[in-house]
Write a protein that binds this ligand. Structure first.
Ligand SMILES: Cc1ncc(COP(=O)(O)O)c(C=O)c1O
Length: 417
């Protein structure tokens, strides 16, 4: 049977997949079953931070794989504790405690539980201080907690009754945020740079207002860094990149990570400030596979490589190269470029796209139409919402790969317009 036949016969049809089977990866490239090579500017949706099969990962996988793969959180795990130290000392540079899980949605579920339990411990059951405020166009994952938190109708339809206690406000709308906060608020959770919603950065004013409200009303300010975190912004923490030069300083009480955190190995994490971390005491939370020796050793190897090999500097350098090149473009299909570091979104002009041959008949959104064309041309990218095409290259992307991406992208746009 072909892979397409196997997929159709045996796999749940929950993903809208491209008609391509990726069978091998090497550095910044992947290859399909027919041997066609693609420049990978999707990286498994911001996951393969060091590209495909980097030596550090293969080494950590095989060495730890021969030493100890799993033993349960019933016992202390050296690799997990070392990884937690890296998060606290290198990534956060702030005291706090870390919990490991397996995905972004699970990490956000952890944040939701942390905020509620923290309020419960401080104010008691009767206070019912359990409401989490999130933002429109957000994406926080596909668990029941994740879809309740995600302020996009399409992820919720058909799954009632949803987890109660969530309130959605327009992103970056300070006034509505102020009105939404009450004595019932247990937390505000948002992505400092929205990914799935269309590469929308939080404004410094919005972040400052959220922090101010947190201080006034005693709840947790939580950042979902699942996509923008782990170095993709050019710093360990996406919100610090966004706030740089703004004159605003905001620090959250808790943060979630996944995706690039393990470079492709499934692992998620949350960090909680020492003031709220005790809320998740013995017996309150857990995960069989959270922070196994293997997952922890691989993630630590990936993060240490990012730290020690100048990868964060590379992110900033390549971002600048891309921005400088794009500043000289005049193709009517591209309206603007937004994002930070190597989480960049090209905003596609719907009107210009509507006159492109084949677009209307395709039934696709402008972003999906262009992503398909780029794939035909040998480059993988990802749509973000209807009108944004995301570039999410590996963080150690080379100058040659960036030049190739710019060439494929401009050539494809020119051919379309
Ligand atoms: C910001 C954000 N949070 C959470 C998630 C969910 O992560 P996962 O798919 O690992 O559950 C995603 C996935 O796209 C995300 O972008």
């Amino acid at each position: 049977m072909t892979t397409a036949e196997l997929t159709d016969q045996y796999l749940l049809g929950n993903y809208g997949r491209f008609p391509v089977t990726i069978s091998r990866g090497e550095g910044g490239y992947v290859f399909d079953e027919d041997g066609k090579r693609y420049l990978d500017f999707a990286t498994g949706i911001a996951v393969c931070s060091l590209g495909h099969c980097p030596e550090v990962m293969s080494k950590a996988l095989s060495e730890q794989g021969r030493k100890l793969v799993h033993c349960s959180n019933l016992y202390r795990i050296r690799e997990q504790a070392e990884l937690a130290r890296f998060v606290v000392e290198k990534m956060m540079e702030r005291a706090g405690k870390v919990f490991f899980c397996n995905s972004g949605a699970e990490a956000n579920d952890g944040l939701i539980k942390l905020a509620r339990k923290h309020s419960y411990d401080r104010h008691g059951k009767e206070a019912e201080k359990n409401v989490i405020i999130t933002c429109k166009q957000s994406f926080h994952g596909r668990t029941l907690g994740g879809i309740a938190a995600t302020a996009q109708e399409k992820v919720k339809i058909g799954f009632d009754p949803l987890l109660p206690g969530f309130l959605h406000v327009p992103f970056n709308d300070v006034e509505t945020l102020r009105e939404a906060v009450t004595e019932k608020t247990a937390g505000i959770l948002f992505e400092p740079l929205q990914g799935e919603g269309g590469i929308n950065p939080a404004t410094p004013e919005f972040m400052a207002a959220a922090a101010e409200l947190r201080d006034e009303h005693d709840f947790l300010l939580m950042f979902d860094e699942v996509q923008v975190g782990s170095g993709r912004s050019g710093d360990w923490c996406g919100w610090r990149t966004i706030l740089k030069d703004s004159g605003v300083e905001v620090e959250p009480d808790a943060v979630s990570w996944a995706k690039g955190f393990g470079g492709g190995f499934p692992i998620g994490a949350i960090w909680a400030d020492d003031s709220c971390a005790p809320a998740l005491g013995p017996g309150t939370h857990g995960s069989t596979f959270g922070g196994t020796p293997l997952a922890s050793a691989v993630a630590l190897a990936v993060l240490e490589e990012i730290e020690q090999s100048g990868v964060l500097e590379n992110v900033k350098r390549q971002e600048k190269t891309i921005r400088d090149a794009v500043a000289g473009w005049s193709n009517p299909l591209v309206k603007s470029l937004r994002g930070v570091g190597l989480m960049l979104g090209f905003v596609i002009c719907e009107e210009a796209m509507s006159s492109v041959e084949g677009f209307t008949e395709s039934g696709n959104t402008p972003a999906l139409f262009l992503v398909n064309k780029l794939m035909d041309a040998g480059m993988l990218t990802v749509p973000a919402g209807a009108n944004v095409v995301r570039w999410l290259p590996r963080l150690n992307v080379t100058e040659e790969e960036v030049s190739e991406a710019l060439a494929i992208f401009t050539r494809t746009l020119d051919e379309l317009s």
